[in-house]
Design a protein around this ligand. Structure first.
Ligand SMILES: CCCCCC/C=C/C(=O)SCCNC(=O)CCNC(=O)[C@H](O)C(C)(C)COP(=O)(O)OP(=O)(O)OC[C@H]1O[C@@H](n2cnc3c(N)ncnc32)[C@H](O)[C@@H]1OP(=O)(O)O
Length: 398
């Protein structure tokens, strides 16, 4: 209890100091990636103006964002972290040091640009959320690749890159993490993930690997592994019932993370495909642990190692999908059911989810870390590079 009290006081102090000065803000490091490839470079003037905007933010952006801002600010002004690591009980300074240190050798100009972009996304989101009218269907406009709405106690996060079959770009990974974090704190009881268009999601955008930072391909692989770990970690830790409404084919990481959802409803048009060996890759999203547990090791091998594509019916028979609906009535039936579920007592649902998840959380995070680190190596392999080049040069498709 005493520790919780101290932690609460520290958190409140972080929040207060974060809005006073960019030097005192704290944040997590993971957002560096999608911004590092930005072609435009922010000027010193843009940077100073962003620092001022931070002080004017109407809404506290939360500790994670503050840590990110802090780290980017330090990297942009002082370069890589070479301060001695604070002691384990110096919680605040250790969190700040960790965030800064995790930026590694990110160049000062990139950090400056990332800082400016992050502040501008915060300003945009605080402006758009302050324009939101109270009403049944509230749409938040701040995402480029998602449509996020809240209605009837359900927050819906819809992948919205239909012309790319909802492939997940680097920016989209960040947006999904932000949307999930917002949903975890909003007043909805259930969160739903779905896709716009004919696909649910075609997995990782294979063009992500063409955006190579100044540190080269090794640095890219390292950054990607950090982002992957953060991304999957957000699903592991998500506190409310999380439901996938799989409206069409699902590929790669959009399939593996289904093992971390609480229910998966699928149209009979959906398919489930994890062609990791074809791409010179290995499983992620904790599937190396959840899939054998859900469907048994032999069926998991067919999917994760041999790349067998399952129909919705097969995925349901193997326990990955909760229920399959005819495509013609899919949306109507699923949303009717979800609306009924959303009226159940929210605290009870959260607590039940926690009880179910907590027994496994540590294990899932360990699996996630291991899978991300194995993939960091795989991305540098000839097998993976050749498969990616073949797809991008239009020589190959799944
Ligand atoms: C970086 C950190 C985390 C990484 C985590 C590791 C994740 C691993 C995975 O997710 S592995 C799975 C990766 N996905 C794929 O390999 C799918 C590749 N796409 C395809 O094979 C096909 O596009 C298809 C079968 C999904 C759909 O085929 P079809 O119906 O014929 O449509 P098109 O191919 O014409 O697609 C339209 C348009 O979208 C582009 N596109 C589709 N999917 C992706 C993708 N995953 N990455 C990049 N681009 C994609 C496709 O190229 C077309 O573009 P075009 O119109 O030709 O410019």
């Amino acid at each position: 209890i005493a520790m919780a009290g101290v932690a609460g006081r520290l958190a409140r102090r972080w929040c207060r100091s974060a809005v006073r000065s960019p030097l005192q803000v704290i944040s997590f490091p993971s957002l560096q990636l999608h911004l590092s490839g930005t072609a435009m470079r922010a000027s010193q003037e843009d940077f100073e103006s962003a620092m001022n905007q931070v002080k004017l933010l109407k809404k506290d952006p939360g500790n994670e964002v503050k840590l990110r801002l802090y780290a980017l600010y330090k990297q942009a002004t002082e370069g890589p972290c070479n301060m001695p690591k604070p002691g384990v009980f110096d919680f605040i300074n250790k969190a700040k040091w960790d965030a800064w240190n995790a930026l590694g050798s990110l160049p000062k100009e990139t950090a400056r640009q990332n800082y400016v972009d992050l502040v501008s996304s915060l300003t945009a989101s605080s402006e758009s959320s302050s324009q939101v009218k109270p009403g049944a269907d509230r749409e938040q406009q701040e995402y480029e690749n998602l449509v996020v709405t809240s209605e009837d106690g359900i927050t819906k996060i819809m992948f919205n890159r239909p012309t790319r079959k909802n492939a997940i770009s680097t920016q989209m990974y960040q947006e999904i993490m932000l949307a999930l974090k917002a949903a975890s704190k909003d007043d909805s009881t259930i969160t739903v993930v779905t896709g716009n268009g004919d696909y649910y999601c075609s997995g990782n955008d294979l063009a992500n690997f063409t955006d190579i930072p100044p540190g080269g391909v090794e640095e890219k692989a390292k950054q990607s592994a950090i982002m992957l770990r953060d991304f999957v970690g957000t699903f592991i830790d998500f506190p409310k019932p999380l439901v996938a409404v799989v409206n069409g084919p699902a590929v790669g990481i959009s399939v593996t993370i289904l093992g971390l959802f609480d229910a998966v409803y699928a149209s009979d048009r959906a398919t489930f495909h994890t062609p990791f060996s074809h791409l010179g890759l290995s499983p992620e999203g904790c599937a190396s642990y959840t899939f054998p547990k859900i469907m048994g090791p032999a069926k998991a091998t067919e999917m994760l190692i041999f790349g067998k594509k399952l129909t919705a019916g097969e995925a349901c028979a193997q326990g990955l999908v909760t229920e399959v609906f005819p495509d013609s009535t899919f949306q109507k039936e699923v949303w009717t059911r979800l609306k009924a579920y959303s009226k159940l007592p929210p605290n009870s649902m959260r607590i039940s989810k926690q009880v179910i998840r907590n027994t496994e959380k540590e294990k899932l995070h360990a699996v996630n870390a291991e899978e991300s680190s194995v993939l960091q190596e795989r991305w540098l392999s000839d097998e993976c590079i050749n498969a990616t080049m073949n797809f991008l040069s239009k020589k190959a498709k799944l």
